[in-house]
Ligand binder design. Structure first.
Ligand SMILES: [Zn+2]
Length: 83
């Protein structure tokens, strides 16, 4: 599967969070690396998986189903949402 980067799902992130999230910094729970969501490696399958650009650990999984978007962000110890 070819990896995209977080900028490829800017529209999806904007829908989920109501604003541009590509520059939002987050910290990987696996390796502690800080990166912006736009730098995450993105894999699209049944859901959209964002992986850490440093350790490839899963940062966030986004599932879209019937007009509802589910977000699992357990791979992030923190995420700074600009406002
Ligand atoms: Zn990591």
């Amino acid at each position: 599967m070819t990896a995209l980067d977080g900028n490829a799902i800017a529209g999806m992130l904007q829908t989920a969070f109501g604003q541009d999230m590509t520059a939002a910094p987050g910290t990987c729970a696996g390796c502690g690396a800080a990166s912006r969501l736009g730098q995450a490696r993105v894999y699209r399958g049944a859901g959209t998986v964002l992986r850490c650009p440093n350790c490839e650990g899963v940062l966030m999984v986004i599932i879209e189903n019937g007009g509802v978007m589910g977000i699992d962000a357990q791979g992030l110890t923190d995420l700074h949402v600009p406002w």
